[in-house]
Design a protein around this ligand. Sequence first.
Ligand SMILES: NC(=O)c1ccc[n+]([C@@H]2O[C@H](COP(=O)([O-])OP(=O)(O)OC[C@H]3O[C@@H](n4cnc5c(N)ncnc54)[C@H](OP(=O)(O)O)[C@@H]3O)[C@@H](O)[C@H]2O)c1
Length: 251
Amino acid sequence: MNNYQLVGKVAVISGGTSGIGLAVAEKMLCDGSEVFIVGRSEKRGQAALAALNKFASRVTYIQSDVSTLNGCKKVATVLKQNKSKVDILINSAGIYNEQRLELVTEAEYNAVMDTNLKGTFFLCQSIIPLLSEENATIINIASDAALEGNYGCPIYCASKGAVVALTRALALDLAPKVRVNCICPGDVLTPMVQAQVSKGGYTLQEMAEPYPLGRIGRPEEIAHVICSLSSPLNSYMTGAIINVDGGLTAK
Ligand SMILES: NC(=O)c1ccc[n+]([C@@H]2O[C@H](COP(=O)([O-])OP(=O)(O)OC[C@H]3O[C@@H](n4cnc5c(N)ncnc54)[C@H](OP(=O)(O)O)[C@@H]3O)[C@@H](O)[C@H]2O)c1
């Protein structure tokens, strides 16, 4: 128990089957929430359920692709069948793309934008009608790449920059009923980063070099900040864009 005061809260986590989203699911379950995790791959979904096995009665996997409006609506439909209200929406589903602008195909552009931006946008649209009247909150996951230029990944940077702008817009439109905040992690050791490192031909040590704290992050370190933000104790923060990046963007 971490005392985020989440007992009885209902949380929906897109991308809850892996990495940061899975770490959030585990912490929220530890604190007594009911959690719905969303992802495309049935295999990954079942593996996540197995990892969260000790909370089996409070965790549900929803197989859905949030890069389509229908996929987002499917999540809302399943939730309506199970629960009347949602307290917490975490938009963690995302994909990375490392490709110079001149080489990016239209299909790659669409895949990144549709998952990272459109998925966040339409999952919010689909879930907002189900949000509780009190203490409801949305947390979007952007990236340090939203805040400063990163080399060689222009679509990813653009998609995450848009998530920051969307967060601020929703924080205004949904106040005072719903708090909307955004986390910008630096590199975090998840399957996404493992794939990035093996494709990019660099090492984790090289990746860690620019970090003042001397290393990249762990999923549970990002999850802790997300759970703190979701807590009803955190009742005065909305529209905030929060770096959790070992000091990377402090320089
Ligand atoms: N790891 C980092 O260094 C880092 C840094 C900054 C920001 N972020 C952001 O943090 C978020 C989580 O990243 P992560 O590192 O935890 O990645 P990850 O381990 O690859 O997990 C990504 C999750 O998103 C799901 N997903 C991807 N596309 C989806 C879609 N169209 N519909 C539904 N689910 C989808 C994946 O499941 P399926 O593949 O089965 O769908 C998986 O559960 C992402 O938004 C990422 O951009 C990560």
